[in-house]
Design a protein around this ligand. Structure first.
Ligand code: ASP
Length: 437
């Protein structure tokens, strides 16, 4: 599977480059190729909510003891916070050592400023961040509790509300006793199997979809000259993200006692999709399928750890936020680069990664909040974002891979620590095809 996806990606890039060089090529790709990528992402998002609900209920109702759930919840949150703080520290260390901001000439700053600071997307990100900032400190807890379960389920951005409702439902189901709970349990068991089968079926389409997604990214990419001017900054982000992979693999070897190459090859279809879609929420169904059926994490663990991780654990995003914040300061506001401001970045980037939505470009919105908290001059904000905007999409693709890998690693480690890491039982889309052919 991962080879087919890789070939699809490669052909998509080549096709995108070819089309970018012909007249009207960009329009042709946007009109005739991009829709197939969108359909694929929509299909993945379509099954995310049913999958979370069905698998979380199955996971909880299989528990023999609720205290186990509390134990798992606590462990998950502690490990998620630890890995995120580590990611931010790596980001800060690399950007302070490499100093990518020192190499950006005044001419480049002017060019980026004139091209992007009035850009609608940059302005929207600042507006979006301002409205988030105006909320009270406990608003995020209030936002986690839905007042209407169906409304929460009808909006992919309210994943945390869906998780809270489902945990509540699952625990109540446990408390009504085995006999009464059975019909609902059977229903969700069966729904869970159906949705996982849908993942298998959607994945048949993945190699073509990544072709479409990458061809679109390439034809809509910015001027290569601008991208080149930002290459040192991009290099620092990518290097930091690479260090995170090594960090995860150390965890996999030491705690989960698994071969890291085996782990990465099992997870790779999810990573490749994270790269192609730039959305950990859209990738979630595939991450769940890979972690459960190919790595062997028990559903009791993966059904909780992965959806929670997709919404609150974004190591790649927080590392990027630390690097981007310091890079922008190196160029525009070097006097703000104090030790205490960098410490504040650790805290705010941690909160920001929890608050970032698992969708393309979300990390940049929260970056505005990080910068604002350390007192970055507001009039320089549009210029700051303009500096990193051109290269944001490729970096978003890379950081999403890390976000997904982090969630998968933590779920494996938590499963191991609870004795819930077993032999994977792989299922294919056509396991029962003969019976209905
Ligand atoms: N695209 C990222 C994700 O979905 C979030 C971000 O960093 O913008 O995980």
């Amino acid at each position: 599977m991962h080879w087919q996806i890789l070939i699809g990606m490669l052909l998509g890039i080549i096709f995108g480059l070819l089309m970018a060089s012909v007249e009207n090529g960009k329009d042709i790709v946007q009109d005739w190729v991009d829709p197939f990528g969108k359909i694929f992402v929509n299909l993945l998002k379509l099954i995310a909510v049913p999958l979370i609900v069905a698998s979380l209920i199955k996971g909880i109702s299989d528990l023999k003891d609720i205290s186990k759930f509390r134990n798992m919840g606590l462990r998950t949150v502690v490990i998620y916070v630890t890995t995120t703080v580590f990611a931010i520290t790596i980001g800060l260390a690399t950007v302070n050592i490499a100093k990518p901001g020192a190499d950006v000439s005044q001419a480049t700053v002017e060019k980026l400023k004139s091209e992007y600071s009035a850009n609608k997307s940059v302005q929207d990100k600042i507006k979006n961040a301002t409205s988030q900032k105006e909320k009270g400190p406990l608003q995020f807890v209030v936002d986690m509790v839905p007042d209407n379960a169906l409304k929460a389920m009808s909006n992919n951005k309210m994943m945390l509300q869906v998780i809270v409702f489902t945990i509540f439902l699952g625990i109540s189901l446990l408390l009504i006793g085995e006999k009464q709970a059975q019909p609902l349990k059977n229903f969700f068991d069966s729904l869970n199997e159906v949705v996982l089968k849908m993942v298998d079926l959607i994945m048949l389409f993945a190699p073509f979809a990544v072709f479409a997604l990458l061809a679109t990214v390439v034809v809509t990419a910015d001027d290569p000259e601008i991208l080149w001017a930002l290459s040192k900054y991009a290099g620092v982000v990518v290097f930091g993200l690479f260090l995170m992979i090594i960090f995860y693999m150390i965890f996999v070897v030491l705690y989960a006692k698994k071969n890291p190459i085996w782990f990465l090859s099992k997870l790779s279809p999810a990573q490749l999709l994270a790269f192609s879609t730039s959305s950990s929420a859209a990738t979630l169904p595939v991450t769940m399928e890979r972690v459960e059926e190919h790595i062997g994490v028990d559903k009791e663990v993966s059904s909780f750890v992965l959806p929670v991780g997709a919404t609150i654990n974004m190591d790649g995003t927080s590392l990027y936020q630390a690097v981007a914040a310091v890079f922008i300061m190196q160029v525009l506001w070097p006097e703000g680069l104090t030790f205490s401001n960098q410490l504040t970045i650790v805290l705010t980037a941690l909160m920001a990664s929890i608050g970032s939505a698992a969708v393309p470009g979300a990390g940049m919105v929260m970056l505005v909040i990080v910068l604002d908290t350390i007192g970055f001059p507001p009039d320089l904000l549009p210029i700051g974002l303009a500096l990193i905007f051109a290269i944001d999409r490729p970096l978003d693709m890379c950081r999403t891979v890390i976000n997904v890998t982090g969630d998968a690693t933590v779920s494996t480690v938590v499963a191991k620590s609870l004795g819930k890491l077993g032999t994977p039982k792989r299922k294919d889309w056509d396991d029962h095809y003969d019976e209905v052919k």
